[in-house]
Design a protein around this ligand. Structure first.
Ligand code: HEC
Ligand code: HEC
Ligand code: HEC
Ligand code: HEC
Ligand code: HEC
Ligand code: HEC
Ligand code: HEC
Ligand code: HEC
Ligand code: HEC
Ligand code: HEC
Length: 297
């Protein structure tokens, strides 16, 4: 459903509630929905007179309900929610509108200045964001949240936003062994916090927090843990986006995977070749066990 059709519908149902009480005829409902929409636009104050397109944007309505007294403290004493992000519009109004007289995201190069506008309210993400790979790469909130101001557009799926830049990762999700991203089983944001750093030390955390949320049986706690995953988590043995190898393993041959850490198997293993032996036919509880130190059962 498009944004423009959704809002009148919402208001329609609100009116239905109100009018049902006084038993007004159904015909009256259609007439009543229209003035209400215009009233909503009027709430954006004087800005709506020249920026009607922007002001009828459905997505903006969410932010339009923000309560702030910053605007009323400015010289002109005109109320509008738009000032929350575009700052004091006094010069803009005195000039009768126009470019360069008000804070505009598109005309501001400094990522920090743009992010600060948003962080005035979303302050809990502040310290994390500037330390994140995105903050470090001089990105700001509008690189991904441009949809806030776009009219009549469906809110994109989070992963669509990510894939607009990370196309190489998109290719991994097309391999035959992969997580079902396209099918909507998960999003990039299921595992990643785009507002925060993803440090190597979090990899163990990834194992605990994210993977195990779905793969509960791999999480233990086990009496005998496979210490392989202690530092790097599940990624010591698995690709996480997608892979050509079975079970998204990092190696095509399971033996090669095991020997990447184990210098040698016990000597009696020597009678089966490392090429074609699937070590997990015997070491079947490879993720950990309560019964066998050698992960045999
Ligand atoms: C008298 C008409 C008028 C009013 C009232 C008005 N604007 Fe504008 N505004 C314009 C025009 C014309 C432009 C330049 C054309 C454009 O970019 O749309 C503009 C541009 C802008 C820009 C982009 C500026 C830039 O440098 O690129 C922003 C942001 C903006 N207006 C916000 C507001 C806000 C917020 C309000 C209410 C406080 C407001 N405007 C009220 C006419 C107006
Ligand atoms: C939650 C913060 C926020 C609020 C509130 C807000 N805007 Fe914006 N506005 C933005 C962002 C972010 C962009 C840039 C979008 C992009 O880059 O695609 C933008 C873009 C614009 C532009 C195009 C020029 C520019 O800055 O890039 C105009 C004009 C504009 N807004 C007017 C308004 C008006 C009028 C209101 C009040 C109805 C309003 N805005 C309320 C965040 C906001
Ligand atoms: C004046 C305070 C204020 C400012 C400035 C502000 N926001 Fe918000 N924002 C809010 C509030 C309040 C909510 C609603 C929170 C909720 O519903 O839990 C919100 C919600 C959001 C959401 C979630 C929207 C949704 O549909 O779920 C996003 C994304 C967001 N803001 C991004 C931004 C960005 C990007 C900027 C800067 C361009 C910005 N905000 C500026 C107060 C603000
Ligand atoms: C790399 C892209 C990207 C950047 C940069 C970014 N965001 Fe987000 N943000 C997202 C995505 C994707 C979501 C999740 C949307 C969803 O789940 O529907 C989100 C969600 C949010 C939400 C909703 C609540 C939440 O945490 O889930 C808020 C608020 C928000 N972002 C604020 C900000 C602010 C403020 C900035 C700048 C300091 C920012 N974002 C920078 C991509 C980004
Ligand atoms: C506008 C482009 C853009 C968008 C959109 C974007 N990113 Fe990024 N991302 C970058 C850049 C630039 C870097 C830093 C350079 C690099 O490591 O590639 C980065 C870095 C990262 C990293 C760290 C990479 C590393 O090697 O440590 C992760 C993880 C990441 N992004 C995930 C996401 C997710 C998840 C989303 C969607 C919510 C997203 N990105 C959206 C541009 C983007
Ligand atoms: C199942 C969880 C999961 C999902 C879903 C996921 N990732 Fe990752 N991603 C990880 C883990 C774990 C790592 C490795 C740890 C790290 O580098 O932070 C990683 C690494 C990355 C990296 C840096 C390393 C590299 O390969 O370049 C980027 C960039 C990235 N992911 C982006 C994305 C994007 C974009 C999406 C969605 C299209 C996505 N991820 C979906 C878990 C996931
Ligand atoms: C020491 C290497 C190693 C580590 C660490 C590891 N795995 Fe595995 N995993 C394997 C191997 C080998 C297989 C294939 C087993 C087989 O062929 O029966 C596998 C199979 C799987 C499977 C598919 C088969 C099944 O049993 O459901 C899932 C899901 C899985 N692993 C998730 C995880 C998760 C989640 C983590 C982190 C908690 C993790 N793995 C850590 C080696 C590992
Ligand atoms: C939102 C839930 C979810 C999260 C989080 C998640 N997975 Fe998965 N994973 C799945 C589902 C569902 C499948 C089965 C894919 C399919 O539909 O074929 C799967 C498949 C796998 C497989 C392949 C299993 C096989 O039989 O080949 C591996 C390996 C795996 N996940 C590892 C991980 C790792 C490592 C992480 C953390 C970085 C992780 N998963 C996070 C849901 C999740
Ligand atoms: C990322 C490195 C890594 C990978 C890959 C790995 N292991 Fe391990 N494994 C370890 C570590 C560390 C221990 C703890 C004991 C040690 O240091 O040898 C261990 C312990 C074991 C043990 C218990 C023996 C003992 O000495 O306590 C067995 C059996 C085992 N691994 C089998 C396997 C098999 C089979 C594979 C391949 C599917 C495999 N491992 C892959 C790192 C790894
Ligand atoms: C036919 C079954 C079988 C296969 C296949 C097998 N193992 Fe084992 N493995 C065992 C048994 C049984 C033990 C325990 C021996 C003991 O306790 O002395 C063991 C022990 C181990 C140990 C622990 C040695 C120690 O110091 O305690 C490692 C490491 C190991 N195997 C690695 C591998 C690797 C790597 C492969 C694949 C190349 C593999 N195994 C294939 C049966 C097997």
């Amino acid at each position: 459903m498009s944004a423009t059709t959704r809002r009148p519908l919402l208001q329609f149902s609100l009116h239905w509630l109100a009018l049902a009480v006084v038993l007004v005829a159904v015909v009256g409902l259609f007439a009543a929905a229209r003035p209400a929409t215009q009233e909503k636009v009027k709430e954006f104050g004087i800005c709506a007179e020249c920026h009607e397109d922007v002001c009828t944007d459905f997505k903006l309505v969410r932010h339009s309900e923000i309560k702030s007294d910053r605007w009323t403290k400015t010289a002109l004493q005109v109320e509008t929610v738009c000032a929350n992000c575009h700052g004091d519009p006094a010069k803009h109004l005195e000039a009768g509108g126009g470019v360069g007289t008000i804070f505009a995201f598109r005309n501001t190069d400094a990522a920090q200045a743009k992010a600060e506008k948003c962080l005035e309210c979303h302050s809990s993400t502040r310290s994390l964001f500037f330390a994140s790979p995105h903050g470090q790469a001089a990105m700001d909130c509008t690189n991904c949240h441009g949809e806030l101001m776009k009219t009549s557009e469906e809110k994109p799926r989070p992963s669509e936003i990510c894939l607009s830049c990370h196309q190489d990762i998109g290719a991994q999700f097309k391999m035959n062994e992969r997580h079902r991203l396209q099918e909507g089983v998960l999003e990039c944001t299921t595992c990643h916090d785009q507002h925060a750093p993803s440090t190597r030390t979090r990899l163990g955390g990834f194992k605990d927090e994210e993977c195990i949320r779905c793969h509960t049986d791999k999480g233990g706690p086990f009496l005998y843990e496979h210490e392989a995953s202690r530092v790097e988590g599940c990624t010591s043995c698995h690709e996480v986006h997608g892979s050509h190898n079975r079970h998204m393993l990092t190696h095509q041959s399971t033996a090669d995977l095991c020997f990447s850490c184990h210098a040698a198997a016990p000597s009696w293993h020597g009678f089966f070749s490392s090429q074609d032996t699937n070590c997990v036919t015997c070491h079947a509880t490879i993720h950990g066990s309560n019964l066998s130190k050698r992960f045999l059962k």
